[in-house]
Design a protein around this ligand. Structure first.
Ligand code: GLN
Length: 454
């Protein structure tokens, strides 16, 4: 059914870069056979899933929406893909994204943009616009995304779906094509909080191949979501709101009104709303757009014309440097180049302390501010985005506007915190989302709170 749906709507949406119908049907048949043989199977066995194309899938082309990886078939599965396969979840295909997950609209894909199923003139958000659009349009019941500064949550808000960025280290990044390694996190995209929770139950947990993977036992997130759906589950929950968001600077007034309505509903459900002053929030975007490009410039050095994908040999003398340079010039798009340049600059000697060093200090301050906030409240709430989905082309030539769109999602990445976005209604006829953030490791608390409000 999902393959048929993809067949009928993906021509207009372009959520998928690659559909693996044959593979998915084989995996589905195997899941069926296991169930029929009475083998213990995962609750999600046979439920198909779409995978963002910056996550490695064995033998299935993985490009991160970049020309530089065109045709690359990974010789291994990402940890999360191993987990999906072990759970008997058929992989429908690979979803579109901004090249190497850099962007907020999916327009920076080298293979064409993805459109928002709610309004085909609008973006589905980014970078995980393909995964969110696929889930919103019923092409897939579940999808995987990656979130470095909001790429799971912002597309969820723009498409009326649920997106969760787990605690940094809760899901192994082994096999995720690195963007900003200290910020990247794989997580679920789904249509309900419980669905997202069930998917994190499958993909989460310790993996020794990722040195930042947390080694602990995690509770069942599905149980947490189910508990949240029970009456009275929000009773006594202390929800913090930064006055910086309520002041509304940079936030569409209707989005703000929608957010305060969500808070009101939480209050009706028994939560206590606590106003907080989170001063460092204001510097988060600036710090992120120094730290992230710095990590990007280093992570993307591996695309050197030798190890993966594209190789362009220029006319004249084919020295290593000239081949490398011609390959990177042809293989990377403008946004990726912009970030490599910014990051290289920020890390260069003489500027390192002023830029990278200062941004690291801001990051520490932000983390401390969050630590302090969580002594006073159980979760923090914020609008997921500053506005509903914008039009295709509207921000493409204005990187600043595009970067500022990440105002409310970036802080969680800088602090490594879990954060979930769920639909909070319509603004101007388009979906918007509300976001809960929690202390590190408290992913279950977020599933519970989100299910209560859902
Ligand atoms: N929009 C942000 C950026 O462009 C976030 C990207 C992400 O989370 N991968 O960096």
């Amino acid at each position: 059914a999902h393959l048929d749906r993809i067949e009928s709507v993906d021509g207009a949406l372009h959520a998928f870069l690659k559909v693996d119908g044959e593979g998915a049907l084989e995996q589905a048949a195997a899941a069926d056979a296991a169930r029929n043989a009475g083998e213990a199977t995962s609750p999600l066995a046979g439920v198909p899933v779409a995978v963002k194309d910056n996550i490695a899938t064995l033998g299935l082309e993985t490009t991160a929406a970049s020309r530089i990886l065109e045709g690359w078939k990974p010789p291994y599965d990402a940890h999360v893909v191993e987990r999906l396969k072990a759970a008997g979840m058929p992989i429908l295909g690979k979803t579109n994204l901004d090249e190497f997950a850099m962007g907020s609209s999916s327009e920076h894909s080298a293979y064409g943009t993805t459109y928002n199923p709610w309004d085909l003139e609008r973006v589905p958000g980014g970078s995980g616009g393909g995964s969110a659009a696929a889930v919103a349009a019923f092409e897939a019941p579940l999808a995987l995304g990656t979130d470095t500064g909001g790429s799971i949550r912002q597309p969820a808000a723009f498409t009326g779906t649920v997106g969760m960025k787990p605690t940094y280290g809760a899901v192994s990044r082994y096999g995720a094509l690195a963007m900003g390694s200290s910020l990247d996190q794989i997580g679920p995209a789904a249509r309900t909080v419980l669905d997202a929770a069930m998917l994190q139950d499958v993909i989460g947990g310790h993996d020794e191949r990722d040195q930042t993977s947390i080694n602990r036992d995690w509770p069942s997130f599905a149980d947490a979501a189910r508990a949240g759906a029970e009456a009275g589950s929000m009773q006594g929950l202390r929800i913090g709101v930064a006055k910086q968001y309520l002041d509304g600077e940079g936030i569409d007034p209707e989005v703000l009104a929608n957010f305060t309505a969500s808070l009101e509903r939480c209050r009706e459900l028994g939560a206590e709303i606590v106003n907080l002053d989170l001063k460092t929030t204001e510097y988060a975007v600036a710090a992120y757009y120094l730290l992230m490009p710095a990590e990007v410039s280093s992570n993307l050095a591996r695309y050197d014309s030798v190890r993966f994908g594209l190789r362009v040999v220029p006319e004249g003398k084919a020295t290593t440097e000239r081949v490398m340079s011609a390959t990177r010039a042809a293989g990377f798009g403008d946004e990726v180049k912009r970030r490599i340049l910014l990051g290289t600059y920020a890390l260069s000697s003489g500027y390192y302390d002023a830029y990278y060093g200062s941004a690291q200090k801001v990051r520490t301050l932000l983390q401390r501010e969050f630590d302090d906030a969580f002594t006073k409240v159980d979760v923090l709430a914020a609008p997921t985005t500053t506005e509903p989905a914008f039009k295709v082309g509207e921000n493409i030539n204005d990187p600043m506007a595009m970067y500022l769109a990440d105002l409310t999602t970036i802080p969680a990445n800088l602090a490594g915190l879990p954060a979930i976005s769920l639909p909070s209604g319509l603004v101007k006829g388009l979906p918007v989302g509300v976001q809960f953030m929690g202390p590190s490791g408290e992913d279950a608390r977020l599933y519970k709170a989100a299910a209560a409000l859902e």
